[in-house]
Structure formats: structure tokens, C-alpha cells
Design a protein around this ligand. Sequence first.
Ligand code: SF4
Length: 273
Amino acid sequence: MGAEVPMVYSHTQISQYLRCPRSYRYRYLDGWREKETRAAMAFGRCFENALGAYFREEDCSAALFNEWEAYRDTPFEFKKGETWDRFVHQGVHLLQRFAQDGRVRIHNPRKDLQVKFLQRLTGGNEFVAYLDAIGEIDGVRCLIDWKTTTSRYPDGPEGLLSLDPQLICYSWITGIPEVALVVFVRKHAPEIQYLRATISEEQRQEFGRLVETTTNQIEAGHFHSHSGIRFPQNGCVSCSHLGLCLNNEQLVEAKLIRKPGASDLDWLDELVD
Ligand code: SF4
């Protein structure tokens, strides 16, 4: 790495480094990527594309079905109670509920969905972010992140969302203080949360400094392992690189796929994040 070949950083990379620098090295320098085995992740992407269809006034249920159809025979690890059909059923319900609510407006869906922002960093490197949307919620202009999940986002104590690192990152790169998370909760009775927060100028500046110090650490080659919390949420247990740290070939085989040179495509992560 060096200043001659500019690096393109993203929020996914910075947060992975902050979670565990060793894991960052495995992923971004050595090319060990997680295999896509989780149905929920693939579905989330299909659902977001269906939302795009909704805002373009196309048939969003058909769009969801067509996108998800591509995964019909994928050997996903479905969680208890999950099936291919159930996903699509829940998704269609959520799209209907979203349309009924009518709380979100995107003025120009071809321009204001999946919006790319690029920020130049000191030393010639760059930081890229893809925002899900810029629009209005209940008439307030804000940047919007969609999430599909099975559990509600905690909506208290007040202001909690303003500490969300991804939203702070998006606010930093756009300069837009008003942020929102639209959470599509896949459960028996579909629920959508519309959560808004304001990010302060101080938070944006602080995030900018965090990006600079983190990228400096990366470029200095500091990749020590630290998994963070010990109990009850041991970071190693949920880390896809655990097999590499334990020299456990079976685990590596089950979880990872190696694509050297994949760091050129880092920004693709941002599209699915
Ligand atoms: S298994 Fe633990 S120590 Fe190893 S890369 Fe993952 S989080 Fe870091």
C-alpha cells in the first residue's frame, strides 16, 4: 500500500478494522471473504431492489419475487421457521404496509437511490459510501438507510439512533445532519419503524478524525488481533475468520472463500451493507 496507488476505503472496512484488525487483514489484504450462506442477507438485497421498483412506480411485489426467485435453489442456512416462501410472503406484506403508510418520499428515484459519495482523504486516498436513499420522511428531508430484520430496532432511550456509526458516517460524507433508519421487521404481523435522528457537526468532525487515524493504522500495517468483548458476546464466535485464527480447516472451508485481489471491489460491500 502506498500513496502512489490510492486506496478506496468504506464504512464496512473501517468498522471491520475497529472490530478486529486481524480480521481486516484476512478480509482485505489476504482476500478471505465470507461465503453467502445467510438467507436473510440475500433477501435484504432483493427487498431493497424491490423498494427501488416501488419508488419508480413499477410492480414492486413482482420485482421482489423475480429477484428472490434467483435464490430459490441456493443452499442457504435457513433459521428455524424460515423458508423461501415465507420470506417472499413477509416481503410482500411489508411492501404493502410501506405503501399504505406513505410516509417516505423520494423525489427523483433514478438519482436519489443508491447515491454514491466520494471523499478524498489526506495522503491521496479516498472514502466511498453508497447511501440507500435521500428523501423525505413525514416531510423532513433526510438521508435514509433501509434495514430488513427479524427484531425491532431499540427505540429508546431517546437519541440512541444518533450514536449509530453508519448513520454518522453517512452524515459526515454528505454533510446532511438529518438521518433516518427505516426498519422492515419480518415477523408474523409486519411492522415498519421510521426512526429519525440528528447528527451534530461535532460528531461529523469526530468521525472524520476516526477515519484518518484508522486508515493511518492500516497503512502502517498494524493488524494485531483483538476480539473485543469476552462474554456474553464473544466477537470471535460470530467472526467468519475464526477458522483461520484457530487453524481449523473445516471451519475455513465452511465459512470462507478466497478471492485474492478482491480489495479492488471493496465498494461492492457498500451496496449490500
Ligand atoms: S476470530 Fe477473533 S481474533 Fe480472529 S480475526 Fe476473528 S475476531 Fe479477530
